[in-house]
Design a protein around this ligand. Sequence first.
Ligand SMILES: Nc1nc2c(ncn2[C@@H]2O[C@H](COP(=O)(O)OP(=O)(O)OP(=O)(O)O)[C@@H](O)[C@H]2O)c(=O)[nH]1
Ligand SMILES: [Mg+2]
Length: 428
Amino acid sequence: MSIETQENIEIRAILVGLNTKDRFQNTTLEESMEELSELAEAAGVEVIAMVLQNRFSVHPAYFIGRGKVEEIAELCEVQEINLVIFNDELSGAQIRNLEEILKVSVIDRTTLILDIFARRARTKEGKLQVELAQLTYRLPRLVGLGKELSRQAGGIGTRGPGEMQLETDRRHILRRIDDIKKQLIEVRKNREIQRSQRLRSDLPIVALVGYTNAGKSTLMNALLSLSEDYDEKLEVYTENKLFATLDTSLRKIVLSNNFTFLLTDTVGFVSDLPHNLIDAFKSTLEEVKYADLLLHVIDSSNRKYDLQMDTTLKVLQELEIDNKKTINVFNKCDLIEDTSMISKDEYSVFISAKKMMNIDKLLDKIQKNIGREIINITLNIPYKDGYIVSEAHEDGNVKTLEYDEEGIIINMEIDKNYYSKYKKFESE
Ligand SMILES: Nc1nc2c(ncn2[C@@H]2O[C@H](COP(=O)(O)OP(=O)(O)OP(=O)(O)O)[C@@H](O)[C@H]2O)c(=O)[nH]1
Ligand SMILES: [Mg+2]
């Protein structure tokens, strides 16, 4: 039930899609299959053929019609196929029935996505979350498989070896799920602490969201490169593949006018993102929930960018992160000639993260929309509180500094968020 991961084995796959009466509303089977094909590619699978079927409803035993299964079986043999990927979630029994006829491994879209995530996860939390999602997905399917097995092995009323194996597997999985949940609580406790420290620092949080491969991480690096305390080591991983980013990362961006915010990069979205996965990742995506502003990054060079925008909005809804102030960042504008098709308003901006085009415009919009103001204050700091002077240099932009009889007089520009700290030193 999972994809062969050995590098040297070539995986030749057939993709299977079914169009039922109400399966597709805003998209089409073809579009969904194209996305599946990209996902397969991201998992290192070579797509040899696609088989589509229209049916009024799903076939309970085979998902698609029996005749179609036979057709695929033949194709598998002729084309030396070793994997069949279904575009929809299959039950354990369906997988088993299909594998029996097709004689090759059968997986579904969810298993494929989970597999990609499993390969990409780097941090401890990421890995645990993916494993949890995988096991939760596998558990009910194991039962489906087991029924078949036990019928074969034991017959009615007797506990055949099949069922015993199933029980052992089930118990093993349940124990592992329990174990992972405990570990996650520990890992997250640490993150909670970090977050509450951050909240105390009261910096606004800006979150990058969007369809996978839109350029979120590239934009994060672009903004980082403009930050005063830029360090190459802080850069995040980017690549031209789906789900390059799996773990949320948070960076502080300090601009020359002392406008400071926290920027968080997140996992990219795709349609029909498995529920188990969304559940498992909910906590990493919490940064987005706390964000003051979302930057919805869109690959405007993709001809289906509007569909991808809808997908992102849908996933955000599922995460209960709608109604947040959002800037639509139409990225990769270096690749398109005509932008007239794309709607323009005060919440949209065209940029190229890669070519650093219009980043200043984007920053302008960010600054306006997080409503954090830069203010000018004059402070009179008694010599006994001299340490405040060095903090002022760190927190703000010190314009003038004079030594008076009673203390140090500073005029500075500062993010209003820091004001409370300096208020008591303000000169009359
Ligand atoms: N031409 C062009 N390519 C870009 C631009 N921004 C990003 N890319 C490319 O798009 C690909 C994906 O970029 P990433 O930043 O990894 O995308 P992401 O949204 O973080 O993707 P996931 O983490 O997989 O969700 C990379 O090959 C980038 O070099 C851009 O403005 N112009
Ligand atoms: Mg990324």
